[in-house]
Design a protein around this ligand. Structure first.
Ligand SMILES: *Cc1c(COP(=O)(O)O)cnc(C)c1O
Length: 392
């Protein structure tokens, strides 16, 4: 599945026959299609059967922001809420494809290594479709994601090591045992699944996507998928322009941002951020990620963990959306891009919110202050109100 000359840094691109696809994938057809899931874009996917009894993946809402847009001083802001996918993250789009591909070749087991969400989504859809799953996660995986794996009945290997070491072990095991490999950065079909988020954004905006689309970046597959989706729609003549993509990393682990700024290949970084989903020291899809930003005329930005935590509560209190740290890093990135002037007020923006906040309760606690407990006594309560600074 990877390039014979570049090895694992060169994940192959899947090339479509756009002239043929143009005949079946039209605005009219899409408008009439009653399937709200990602499989409404089947002509642009690489699976032969999409009608299997999958859980409903994709078709996630794109909300127009009012309050957050005001706070961040942007005129037009949309929020793509990927947390409502079955396992609570955008990774479901890739896992769906992995499971269908595995069934196509009559594999009985699927496997992956993951910082957490790829794992929980693969376990989820494997369970639904009757496949065994073998999952490698680093010990630091947040409790919510680990619980998901166990509830979905995965065979979980909790690896004493960082993500790089976890990935290396999974590769050896997958090669040795012949499980279907869902490692997104190795399997080109998976980026095709992830690209459906871009197709949805374009369709939801009546084929006039925003000037910018912002997403957080770990391995780079989500970003590569976004680019591929917009690229496909442009090739089909369905949109005129590919939006500028803004890739966001934490300053505790920013190999791709640094590679961009120094205009050099990336240098492996320490994994030193609380945003576990983007705590990736050796990105597995660096070339496609860097190319996506370049080709879209976009940019890169890094934010601190503190800014990520602030973005988490800002998003929650202004929009009622609860994102895990990696998800809201994109909001922190937008805030910074407005401050530095990279994005101006008049630019329209879509932010992709990649995963649900309930997956990582420990970090959510860091973003908030626990309220003081009070006695169940009304006199006490009134004193509490008087003294406590509650605006009643
Ligand atoms: C995986 C993930 C990302 C980053 O995607 P990559 O393909 O690793 O760049 C961002 N946010 C969340 C919630 C994720 O699970």
């Amino acid at each position: 599945m990877t390039c014979p000359t570049c090895g694992e840094k060169g994940i192959l691109d899947i090339i479509f026959d756009y002239d043929l696809i143009k005949k079946v994938l039209t605005k009219d057809r899409l408008a009439k299609d009653k399937d709200p899931s990602m499989f409404r874009y089947w002509p642009l996917l690489t699976v032969t059967d999409t009608k299997k009894a999958m859980l409903t993946i994709g078709g996630t809402p794109l909300y127009r922001s009012t309050h957050l847009a005001q706070c961040l001083d942007v005129d037009t802001l949309y929020l793509k809420d990927e947390s409502v996918n079955p396992s609570g993250s955008l990774k479901d789009r890739a896992s769906a494809i992995a499971v269908l591909k595995a069934l196509e070749i009559q594999a009985t087991a699927v496997a992956c290594s993951s910082t957490g969400n790829a794992a929980s989504s693969l376990a989820c859809h494997a369970a639904r479709m009757g496949l065994k799953s073998y999952i490698f996660v680093p010990e630091r995986a947040p409790i919510g994601k680990l619980n998901q794996l166990l509830i979905y009945g995965a065979n979980v290997f909790l690896v004493q090591g960082d993500y790089q070491q976890t990935f290396a072990l999974s590769k050896q095991a997958i090669d040795a045992y012949g499980w279907y490999n869902r490692n997104a950065a190795i399997n080109p079909h998976l980026v095709e699944g992830k690209k459906t988020v871009a197709l949805e954004i374009a369709e939801q905006l009546h084929f006039r996507p925003t000037d910018w689309v912002i997403v957080s970046v770990g391995d780079g597959c989500t970003l590569a998928g976004l680019y591929k989706g917009f690229y496909d729609f442009k090739a089909l003549g369905l949109i005129d322009n590919i939006p500028k993509l803004l890739g966001v990393q934490s300053d505790g682990c920013s190999p791709l941002v640094d590679a961009f700024h120094f205009n050099k290949p990336f240098v492996p970084a320490n994994e030193n951020t609380l945003a576990d989903s983007i705590s990736v020291g050796i990105p597995r899809n660096p070339n496609k990620a860097l190319n996506a930003i370049k080709a879209s005329l976009g940019s890169w930005i890094k934010v601190s963990d503190q800014e990520i935590l602030e973005a988490m509560s800002l998003l929650g209190r202004t929009e009622g959306l609860f994102g895990e740290p990696a998800s809201v890093a994109s909001i922190a990135g937008l805030k910074k891009a407005r401050q530095t002037g990279l994005i101006s007020r008049g630019d329209s923006v879509t932010v992709v919110l990649t995963g649900h906040g309930l997956k990582d309760p420990k970090n959510a606690q860091l973003a908030t202050t626990k309220p003081q407990a009070i006695a169940h006594d009304f006199t006490e309560f009134k004193r509490h109100i008087k003294e406590g600074g509650h605006h009643v």
